[in-house]
Design a protein around this ligand. Sequence first.
Ligand code: CP
Ligand code: NVA
Length: 305
Amino acid sequence: MQHLLSLKDYSKQQIEQILSLAKDLKANPAKYADALKGKSVVTLFEKPSLRTRVTFDIGINRLGGHAVYLDSQNGAMGSRETVQDFAANLSRWSDAIVARVYEHQTLVEMTKYAQVPVINSLCNLYHPCQALADFMTIAEHHEDLSKMHLVYVGDGNNVTNSLLLAGAILGSTVTAVCPRGHNVDAQILKEAEALAAVSGARVRVTDNLDEVEGIDVLYTDTWVSMGDETPLEQVKEIFMPYQINQAMLDKTGAKQVLHCQPAHREWEITSEVMDGPASFILDQAENRMHVQNAVLLTLINRDIH
Ligand code: CP
Ligand code: NVA
């Protein structure tokens, strides 16, 4: 059985197959109306969510399946019962478990006891469903991902880590520009570099915005992630030079702007850019559903390809 905890466990071919299936799901939804008929998926959230919760629920419904949502009270693993018992019980009723958790280790523990695929819908280290949707959105405008340069600016976090890994596997150029002290996880960067050496990708981390040239896509995320109680105001001074605004867009010449959302308008991104012609942020949000449906079909109906 295969899970989706991190994209680093997936080959280039597997990711390309998921992206290609997602494209077909988006173009030909009627073809897949019964694809998950009789199947149930539990979606479990230790943290808040808008996009992930709704795209899994509506997406599963569009495939003829049934989604069961467990909120932070009923999905609080390790409090009323152990992660082990959660995973073992849910496996008796459902065909897959989607989980948004604080600690990556919780997902690792789940996979030890789950008899069905476990899908990471965000943890402290990764956000693989997001990166898949991001590369799907980029691929809608860049035929050859090996010629695409994505620059992420802002806090080095779970989203950055997954973008670096996805780019490294798919052969793209990905640069993370993060202020000192807010860089990506050193171990994950090493893993991305190792994957890049195989695919021919280029992954790089810097704190200097001026070093970055030849940008196709600019990407940012919140400066403070869920689970970190630091007030945004406290990090404003450090992060403000990394804000995506019209001046940055003009200077870099990027044609496409992405943000996983939720966005803090006028902080990491201005409304002018977010609502402007270079923004593909709502396509990204829509593509979450198509790509996650592709993941579900791949992991549940393993004969889909
Ligand atoms: N991008 C994303 O995962 O959004 P939510 O936190 O609203 O699910
Ligand atoms: N880095 C953000 C992503 C939200 C979708 C967080 O973890 O809160």
